[in-house]
Design a binder for this molecule. Structure first.
Ligand code: 5GP
Length: 212
């Protein structure tokens, strides 16, 4: 059976949960299975980042213009900066039957769910709050104040976790990557993603039934 369209997969998670690492491993292990949506943002470029690879870096004016022109599937503010998913790219891939992954925060994820009720929402978390804190502290790049700020954001985000379809506990990275891959693969067999195939079978059976 052929699946109707590609899946829209949203991957969210606390800052420090390792969603970026999961994405990197997933794309390198299964390069033919997934496409990553590249967001636009007003935040400054970090060392090592490239325009068009991690993000499309935009000025506030450019971003606002994109909002006005309805170019985003969703957009949200996180830590004082704007982030948005360009709509055209996601729609093109999904229409071609390809699976697209959006690595975005919770407000945006819930907007996506409204537009694509069949989107698959995955939430990544370390096994405990203690583990999350030690990952943030362990990075060594953040001040105590920033760590506290990130944990406060996580606490707020945790209230929306139950709106996601699946919880990915990132204990051992390779296991977490496999879990994400297996969940997405299994979705391809869900009846909701196979409406065209189901209707096709029904039509064929009706023809047979008439012939009898
Ligand atoms: P960072 O600045 O650390 O790269 O990302 C900050 C947060 O913004 C992360 O939670 C990331 O997943 C989220 N984010 C990145 N792109 C988008 C987007 O297009 N839309 C939304 N809503 N969030 C995004």
């Amino acid at each position: 059976m052929n699946q109707d369209r590609g899946l829209v997969v949203v991957l969210s998670g606390f800052s420090g949960a390792g969603k970026g690492t999961i994405m990197k491993h997933l794309l390198s292990k299964y390069p033919d299975c997934y496409h990553l949506s590249i967001s636009a943002t007003t935040r400054g470029k970090r060392t090592g980042e490239e325009d068009g690879r991690e993000y499309f870096f935009k000025t506030r004016e450019e971003f606002d213009e994109m909002v006005k022109n309805n170019e985003f599937l969703e957009h949200a503010t996180f830590n004082g900066n704007s982030y948005g998913t360009p709509k055209a790219y996601v729609e093109k891939l999904v229409n071609e039957g390809k699976d697209v992954i959006l690595e975005i925060e919770v407000q945006g994820a819930l907007q996506v769910k409204e537009i694509f009720p069949e989107a698959l929402l995955l939430f990544v978390t370390p096994p405990s709050a203690e583990a999350l804190k030690s990952r943030l502290v362990g990075r060594g790049t953040e001040t105590a104040e920033v760590v506290a700020q990130r944990l406060a954001i996580s606490s707020k985000e945790s209230k929306l976790m139950s709106k996601y379809d699946y919880l990915i506990i990132n204990d051992v990275i390779d296991d977490a990557v496999e879990r994400v891959h297996n969940i997405i693969r299994s979705q391809h067999y869900a009846t909701k993603y196979n409406k065209a195939a189901i209707s096709d079978l029904q039509q064929q059976l009706m023809v047979f039934a008439k012939g009898e």
